[in-house]
Design a protein around this ligand. Sequence first.
Ligand code: KIV
Length: 271
Amino acid sequence: MSVHKEIKIVTTHVLSEMKHRGEKIAMLTAYDFSIAKLVDAAGIDIILVGDSASNVMAGFETTLPITLDNMIYHAASVVRAVNRALVVVDMPFGTYQGNSIEALKSAIRIMKETGAHAVKLEGGIEVKESIERILSAGIPVMGHLGLTPQSIHKFGTYVVRARKEEEAKRLIQDAHLLQEIGCFGIVLEKVPAKLATEVASQVKIPIIGIGAGPGVDGQVLVIHDMLGITQEFSPRFLRRYHNLAAEINGAVQNYISDVKSLEFPNEKEQY
Ligand code: KIV
């Protein structure tokens, strides 16, 4: 008798059910095959191929330089590793703003060339037409409100967003709009916890927070930050679950020392 291992696949429908039964959604970024395989096997619900790849994989200061081809390379690598999680891919800067036909073309390339399940776009009313056109092709879309790193040069700083009433009101309106046009969820970045809780209670779609407090429907972190690979990035919202930078440093130093002292390779490590 063969044993059939049931793999429960996360879909946008499953995420909606999780919100409605009050089960929190866990989301992390991944950008390559090996890490995506580990993260998926550990049981993560959503893997985001974030344009934060521009920072943590390519070393750029902002998310603006990463290209559609770069994102497709990362996303295809991730999808090859994943059995269970929903894979969401960030649409990079310049591929969807201001031209909904271009937006649809970019989203179609991502879906066709990577096998991912959904795309994510930053912004509210200003990207409504692009989101609607992408949705009309049957491509699930996740929104992203609050701190939107692709607009960093407009705001000039990465400080907490929507502290003032007028901006908070606009954010709530944008969340309702994204829900009405058909987004399946929204990432809400770096806004006051009280406002985030309010948004999550007003809309039916899952709100995934990063620096948005505990009152939302799930949390997302950049994997390099939560594993302690990045050292210099230390916002208040970040919890480091490991100090991988120190572990890697120790392992590499041991290797160097073993090579130089002829400790490696030993008799069993040769042919
Ligand atoms: O690009 C990214 O990693 C993101 C997360 C910070 C939500 O958008």
